[in-house]
Write a protein that binds this ligand. Structure first.
Ligand code: NDP
Length: 288
């Protein structure tokens, strides 16, 4: 069997093109250009690259983005003050605080300070609650990206056993929530695994759809995957200067029915979904 390789780069580009059209239409109707304000604290080089990519993607989609760089010694109070300003600024529609934050700043307190109406990362408890109830305001970017890849690849999710490897608030948990919801590209029976899961291999081998989000290079080997399974690899790990996923692609691709590569799989979708949320935030603001 040769797996279908899911081309995330292509699907993300198509998604962004569609979005650019929607942004233009929205602008014609309302005169509003969706505006994402990104805050970067400190000098983490990977974060700087991520933020730059987000800025570029905004520009391509016809959106405005502003980058607000703060030195690493910024206090939590100063950061909270900046967030408060953006919360009150009607020309800002989405607020993104690039993670990780320096150790002296409490991440949760900062993320909770972003008004839920501008929380384009979908991290605020109110938005997580709405998501859990199946009536999301915003979509969690990376999990939604996985869902769109499944949809565009024509993969039937309903009634399937989806196993999510990882239970983080950013990827694993919201991924499981999306897949278990009633609705399109959902209705799965979902199992969530984590570092305390017993007999992990036996669980992952039951998956019709396996989503790996643990941050361990090449962790998922062929013996952990049921032949014919769909394998979605969220992991981004740097090994000897090369990006690799959480799935051992060379081993698993020959037995999977569909698989995402790293790079060029789930990664490019995350930014596309962030832009989508920024447009949603601008629509919310336009409604008043
Ligand atoms: P976290 O480190 O926050 O969470 C990792 C999860 O994996 C935890 O729930 C942890 O379990 C679990 N885990 C770790 N080791 C094992 C193990 N040996 N067996 C079973 N479970 C294990 O990571 P994130 O969720 O933030 O990210 C996961 C990966 O996805 C990373 O590689 C990250 O770089 C990537 N990523 C990619 C994005 C993209 O745009 N494509 C966006 C965000 C992340 P426990 O809770 O018990 O500790």
């Amino acid at each position: 069997m040769t797996a279908q390789i899911i081309d995330g780069k292509k699907i993300a580009a198509e998604t962004r093109e569609l979005l650019a059209k929607e942004v233009a239409l929205f602008h014609n109707e309302t005169g509003i250009t969706p505006h994402l304000a990104a805050i970067l604290v400190g000098e983490d080089p990977a974060s700087a690259v991520y933020v730059r990519n987000k800025e570029r993607a905004c520009a391509k989609a016809g959106m405005k983005s502003t980058l607000h760089k703060l030195p690493s010694e910024t206090t939590e109070a100063e950061l909270l003050e900046m967030i408060e300003q953006f919360n009150d600024d009607s020309s800002v529609h989405g607020i993104l605080v690039q993670l990780p934050l320096p150790g002296h700043i409490e991440e949760q307190r900062v993320l909770d300070a972003v008004t839920p109406l501008k929380d384009v990362d979908c991290f605020h408890p109110e938005n997580v609650g709405l998501l859990a109830q199946g009536r999301p305001r915003f979509q969690p970017c990376t999990p939604r990206g996985v869902q769109v890849l499944l949809e565009k690849s024509g993969i039937d999710v309903s009634g399937k056993h989806a196993v999510v490897l990882g239970r983080s608030e950013i990827v694993g948990k919201p991924m499981a929530m999306l897949l278990v919801q009633k609705g399109p590209v959902a209705n799965a029976t979902v199992t969530i695994c984590h570092s305390r899961t017993a007999n992990l291999k036996e669980v992952t081998r039951q998956a019709d759809i396996l989503v790996a989000a643990i941050g361990k290079p090449n962790f998922v080997t062929a013996e952990m995957v049921k032949p014919g399974a769909v394998v979605m690899d969220v992991g981004i790990n740097s090994v000897d200067g090369k990006l690799v996923g959480d799935v051992d692609f060379d081993q698993v691709a020959p037995i999977a029915s569909s698989i995402t590569p790293v790079p060029g799989g789930v990664g490019p979708m995350t930014i596309a979904m962030l832009l989508d949320n920024t447009l949603t935030a601008a629509r919310i603001a336009a409604k008043g």
